[in-house]
Design a protein around this ligand. Structure first.
Ligand code: PMP
Length: 440
């Protein structure tokens, strides 16, 4: 049963297990948005491998693409040597980037999102000859040293001392809990002013940075979409000052937000696009899209063993083709709007839902204490205990979802992009069951 496997795993592994504490199951099978555990319980999976499984679990085309590699005789792993499959994958991926691939080149960086973030930071330093990076509160970029250094969340950083120096954090325009009241125009203008002053070195004491790194929709930080105007201003100012704009699309990319890339909502073009998760169709792969003028690497300057996973390129290519050929972004955008409307109805009946926000199938539900006093911004205090209880009761109701944001107060939806409307209705039903079971 589940307990046996969980106990055995606890013996095998060191004490850093994270998910099993909140989601105590041993998975036997999975199909689409559904996971079945070893006791034959079924769960609707709204985590989807932390957003990796864009086509859900075990999509037949994805499985077939693995089969095709196996029967073709291709090696499973090729370092950075080329193959016809790598050629096809690269051409297809480039064709999705701005300018249909003419403006960008690719760099395969390794298996994980953090690998690609590291490469992006190094490249920006090499291109500009400067060291500083500007990053944002609530941003998440990974757990390796550089990526963690630019991650705007203190708790994983407190585990070790000595992060990368010369990282400057600025407030991200949070729709609900922003120190500058960023929900409105005035807030966006205030943050833009702050950013421009920093860059222009007006009384900031900060040296001009090499790059700005951000997520156009923050994921782990609690599902925060950036206002388009703010992104446009950042793009304009960075360009004027020769600062590279690195956009981390590891989670928000590949139709998750109802556009192929989340930065498209603001109509801007990054200098470096960080891609992982869905780009490998469920298998480990990470790639940078680099504006050609910033491709400053020389051979040997940035290498890594696992950059040639042929299975990941096969599953990635299949996934990218499926997403684009079936116009999944449009479907996701429409479903996101519908779902936010349904959750807003639920919010009227359950005021513990402080805010519902997000884009496409990247939605966050902020859990608050509605009976306590509002702060000066008009927000209720967040409720970490209730949000943890809700996650637990969601699990009991057969719903797997993760939390994020400050103190984990945001319940996050990140399901397969192929989730059906019927399955979204099941989600709503189960979520309401969890609200009721939590005594709300
Ligand atoms: N960037 C973003 C936006 C992410 O969401 C994540 C992972 N959640 C990462 C980077 C790091 O990716 P990985 O865990 O594969 O290193």
């Amino acid at each position: 049963n589940n307990e046996t496997y969980l106990a055995r795993q606890a013996e095998f592994e060191s004490n850093v297990r994270s998910y099993p504490r909140k989601l105590p199951l041993a998975i036997a099978q999975a199909n689409g948005v559904w996971i079945t555990d070893v006791e034959n319980n079924q769960y609707l999976d709204c985590l989807a491998g932390a957003g990796t499984l864009a086509l859900g679990h075990n999509h037949p085309d994805v499985l077939q693409s693995i089969q095709n590699v196996i029967t073709s005789g291709l090696p499973l792993h090729t370092l950075d040597l080329t193959t016809p499959l790598k050629d096809q994958f690269s051409e297809y991926l480039l064709s999705l980037l701005p300018g249909q691939g003419k403006e960008y080149c690719l760099q395969f960086t390794g298996p994980s999102g953090a690998d690609a973030v590291e490469a992006a930071l190094k490249l920006a330093k090499k291109v500009t000859g400067r060291a500083g990076i500007i990053s944002f509160s609530g941003g998440y970029h990974g757990m390796t040293h550089g990526a963690l250094s630019v991650t705007g969340n203190l708790s994983p950083k407190e585990a070790v001392d000595g992060m990368m120096p010369e990282v400057q954090f600025m407030p991200y325009p949070h729709q609900y809990r922003c120190p500058l009241g960023i929900g409105g125009d005035a807030g966006v203008k205030a943050l833009t002013y702050y950013f421009e002053n920093l860059i222009n070195d007006v009384e900031s004491g900060v040296r001009k940075p090499a790059a700005v790194i951000l997520e156009a929709v923050q994921g782990e930080g609690g599902v925060n979409p950036a206002p388009a105007e703010w992104l446009q201003r950042i793009r304009k100012v960075t360009k004027e000052h020769g600062i590279l704009l690195i956009i981390d699309e590891v989670q928000a990319g590949f139709c998750r937000t109802g556009k192929l890339f989340a930065y498209e909502h603001a109509g801007i073009e990054p200098d470096i696009i960080v891609m992982s998760k869905a780009v490998g169709g469920g298998l480990p792969l990470a790639v940078l899209g680099i504006k050609k003028e910033f491709d400053a690497w020389s051979p040997g300057h940035h290498t890594g063993t696992f950059r040639g996973n042929q299975l990941a390129m096969a599953t990635g290519l299949t996934t990218l083709k499926h997403l684009t050929e079936n116009k999944i972004a449009d479907k996701v955008a429409a479903q996101g709007e519908w779902l936010k409307g349904q959750l807003a109805n639920l919010q009227k009946r359950y005021p513990v839902i402080g805010q519902v926000r997000g884009l496409g199938l990247m939605i966050g539900i902020e859990i608050v204490k509605p009976n306590e006093a509002q702060d000066h911004m008009g927000c209720y205090p967040s409720d970490p205990e209730l949000s943890a209880l809700l996650q637990k009761n969601c699990f009991k109701a057969g719903l797997i979802l993760e939390r994020g944001g400050r103190n984990g107060c945001v319940l996050r939806l990140l399901p397969s992009l192929l989730i059906t409307n019927d399955e979204l209705a099941i989600f709503l039903d189960k979520f309401e069951q969890a609200l009721l079971a939590s005594g709300i």
